[in-house]
Design a protein around this ligand. Sequence first.
Ligand code: CO
Length: 143
Amino acid sequence: MISRIDHLGIAVRSLDASIPYYERALGLRCEHREEVPSQQVRTAFFTVGEVHLELLEPMSAESPIAKFIEKNGEGVHHVAFATDDIVAQLGQASGAGVRLIHEKPFPGAAGKLVAFLHPKSTGGVLTEFCSPAGDAAAATAHA
Ligand code: CO
């Protein structure tokens, strides 16, 4: 079941160039930076109440974020919903006719399991499901 919005993913050309806006203009604090080689991105996290902001900088031209910025420029990239059972959530979406980018969850940033729905099936909003890692069923499904 989806419990809340976990984070908004925001595509940026450069974390170092973008973080000062969030820190100086908004008064937020960058809490965590992490590379996610599987997605070819460097991430930086901020917390706003229960919701996080995930800034995404491409690590290479092959990164999905590089392609997104090339096409759309910098800006909001995806909405991530927290779910307690990512495998069941993917099954529900798939059963409702939604095209999945990932049939099975994989390890994302911040120790979470993640999977994406195709924006062609979601009204143009790239949609992520994420669940805490350590979800044994999901981890097994991924392996
Ligand atoms: Co995300």
